[in-house]
Design a protein around this ligand. Structure first.
Ligand code: CS2
Length: 487
C-alpha cells in the first residue's frame, strides 16, 4: 500500500475561532474541516472552527477534547493508495446536550468574533416537511424549543437564541451556511429559522428576514460512518489508532453561493467553488449521486448486498444505474451537455466502485422519507410532464416499500423520522399490497399530488412491489423494466 502523509503546517495557536459548526459527524470532519485546514494554512485568518454536537454522540466530543481536537482523515483513492491528513482546524468542541455545553456553545455563537454558523444536521435536523419545506410546528423538539427558548434542543432554536443575543448587544448577525443534502438548503434553512422565530416574536422574525444571510451550498464527499471494523482496517493500513479518525474517498467538492455579509475565509484557495447560484450543481448532485445511492440502498439490499462497492460488481445493477442517470436524470438537467453528464456519470460509477470505503447500504437507506422527494420524486414529476418513462425511479419506489415491509417483518428498526407513521401503514395494509402502495403514495408530505393521483403509475409500482415481494430475481425485474419501456 502506498501512503502519502499530508501535513498542512497550520499552527492552531495563531488563529482564533470565526466559525461555529453544528453537527460534528464524520462528514464535517472530512469535508468542511479539511477545506478550512487548507485555507488557514495558505491564507491565515481567524477562521478556526468551534464544533458542536447537539444531542447525540457525547463520547465523540469527549474523545476529540482529549485529543486536543486533532484527528486524522484517511483518504482512500483505491485499495492501494491512501493519503493521511492531520486536521487541526477545530479549536474546540461542545456537546450541547449538557447544561454547560449548551451555555458554552451559545456564548460562542453569540460572540462578536463568530461570523459564520455552518450546519450538517442531516435532512431531518431542519424539522421541515420533506416535500413542502414547511416547519413541523407540532414536532416535540420544536415545541420544546418554543417552551424553553434558553435551552434549545434543535439547531434552529440555537440559532435563534444566539441571533437574539447578538442583536441585543449590537453585534452584526452571523451568516448561516447549511451543508446538508437538501435542494436550496440555504433557503430552506432560512424558511425554518424564520418560521420558528415567527412563533415567538414577529418583529424579531422580520429582523432576521432583513439582515441574516443564508447562502445555498452543494457539498460532496463520500464519508461513510466509521465502524469498529473500519478502525481495525485503518490501523492495519496506516498505523493510526484513534477513535476520532475518519475515512473517506479522495474526491471532494464544495460549491457555495458567495453571500457572506460578515466576511468569510478565502475558501477559493482550498478549491471551494464560490459562485452566484448553486442550483444547477445541487440538482445534478442530488439526482445523479444521491439518487443513485438511494437506488443502490434499496435495490442492492434486496439483491442481498451489504455495501455500495459489492452491489456495483453486479452487472445488472451497474447497467441499471447508468440507465437511471443518463435516461431518467439527464433529461431533467438542462444546464449540462450530454457529454458533461456522461463524464459525471462515469466518474460516479468509479467512485461507487471504491471498496475500501465499505459504504454500508443500510446507512444510505436511513431516512428515506426525507431523501426521496429531492433525489427521485422532483425529477419524476418533470419526466411525467414531458411524458417520458421512468422505470428506474418506479422500481426504486417499489424497492423502498419492499425494504420497509421486510424490515417490519424481520422486526428491524426503521430508521426514519416517520417511522411510527410508516409502521402504522405497514401494519394496516399487511394483507394487501394494493392498499399499502396506494396509502404510501397518498402520503402528501412525501409524494406530490401529481404522483399520488397518477393511477397508471400507482399500478406499475404495485406490480413491481408484488414481483419483488414474491421473491422474483431482482436482476430480472431490472432488465424487464427497461424492455417494457422500450415497447
Ligand atoms: C448518501 C450521502 O447517506 C446518504 O444518503 O447518499 O451521504 C452521500 O454519500 C454524500 O452526499 C456524498 O456527497
Amino acid at each position: 500500500m502506498k501512503i502519502k502523509y499530508i501535513d498542512s503546517d497550520l499552527n492552531p495557536d495563531q488563529h482564533e475561532i470565526g466559525i461555529v459548526h453544528i453537527g460534528l459527524g464524520a462528514f464535517h470532519r472530512a469535508h468542511q474541516a479539511v477545506y478550512l485546514e487548507k485555507t488557514l494554512a495558505q491564507h491565515g485568518g481567524d477562521w478556526m472552527i468551534a464544533s458542536a454536537n447537539i444531542r447525540s454522540n457525547y463520547s465523540l466530543v469527549e474523545q476529540l477534547q482529549q485529543a486536543k481536537h486533532r484527528y486524522h482523515v484517511v483518504e482512500y483513492a483505491d485499495t492501494k493508495t491512501v493519503a493521511i491528513r492531520e486536521i487541526k482546524a477545530i479549536k474546540t468542541a461542545y456537546f450541547s446536550g449538557s447544561n454547560d455545553g449548551c451555555a458554552g456553545l451559545l456564548a460562542q455563537m453569540s460572540s462578536e468574533s463568530t461570523k459564520i454558523v455552518t450546519l450538517t444536521v442531516t435532512e431531518k435536523g431542519y424539522y421541515l416537511s420533506p416535500l413542502s419545506g414547511a416547519l413541523l410546528t407540532d414536532n416535540a423538539n420544536i415545541q420544546h424549543d418554543l417552551q424553553n427558548p434558553a435551552q434549545p434542543k434543535t439547531a434552529l432554536g440555537l440559532i435563534l437564541v444566539a441571533l437574539k443575543q447578538r442583536r441585543s448587544q449590537g453585534f452584526e448577525p452571523f451568516t448561516v451556511l447549511s451543508c446538508d443534502n437538501m435542494p436550496h438548503n440555504g433557503e430552506r434553512t432560512r424558511g425554518a429559522v424564520i418560521a420558528l422565530a415567527q412563533m415567538q416574536d414577529i418583529e424579531f422574525a422580520d429582523w432576521i428576514e432583513k439582515t441574516v444571510a443564508f447562502p445555498n451550498s452543494m457539498v460532496d464527499r463520500i464519508v461513510p460512518a466509521v465502524s469498529e471494523q473500519d478502525l481495525i482496517m485503518i490501523q492495519a493500513d496506516t498505523g493510526i489508532s484513534e477513535p476520532t479518525v475518519v475515512k473517506c474517498e479522495q474526491f471532494s467538492q464544495w460549491v457555495v453561493e458567495d453571500h457572506f455579509p460578515a466576511g468569510r475565509p478565502q475558501w477559493e484557495s482550498a478549491g471551494v467553488q464560490m459562485v452566484d447560484n448553486v442550483s444547477s450543481y445541487e440538482m445534478m448532485k442530488l439526482r445523479m449521486l444521491n439518487g443513485s445511492h438511494s437506488l443502490l440502498a434499496y435495490l442492492g439490499y434486496i439483491a442481498g448486498y451489504q455495501t455500495v462497492a459489492q452491489a456495483m460488481q453486479d452487472r445488472d445493477i451497474r447497467a441499471f444505474l447508468e440507465h437511471y442517470m443518463m435516461q431518467e436524470v439527464a433529461p431533467t438537467l438542462p444546464y449540462f451537455s450530454q457529454s458533461e453528464l456522461a463524464t459525471y456519470c462515469q466518474q460516479l460509477l468509479a467512485r461507487f466502485d471504491n471498496d475500501s470505503l465499505q459504504h454500508q447500504l443500510q446507512q444510505i437507506a436511513m431516512d428515506g422519507s426525507q431523501k426521496l422527494p429531492q433525489r427521485w420524486l422532483s425529477g419524476l414529476i418533470e419526466l411525467q410532464n414531458k411524458s417520458l418513462p421512468a422505470p428506474a425511479i418506479e422500481l426504486g419506489i417499489a424497492g423502498w416499500i419492499v425494504f420497509l415491509s421486510q424490515a417490519k417483518e424481520k422486526k428491524q428498526k426503521i430508521n426514519d423520522p416517520l417511522e411510527v407513521a410508516l409502521l402504522e401503514l405497514l401494519h394496516r395494509h399487511s394483507s394487501s399490497s394494493k392498499g399499502l402502495v396506494s396509502a404510501m403514495l397518498q402520503r402528501h408530505d412525501i409524494f406530490p399530488t401529481s404522483l399520488s393521483t397518477n393511477h397508471p403509475l400507482i399500478q406499475r409500482v404495485l406490480n413491481l412491489v408484488d414481483r419483488l415481494s414474491a421473491g422474483e430475481n431482482i436482476q430480472r425485474v431490472m432488465r424487464t423494466a427497461f424492455q417494457n419501456k422500450d415497447k
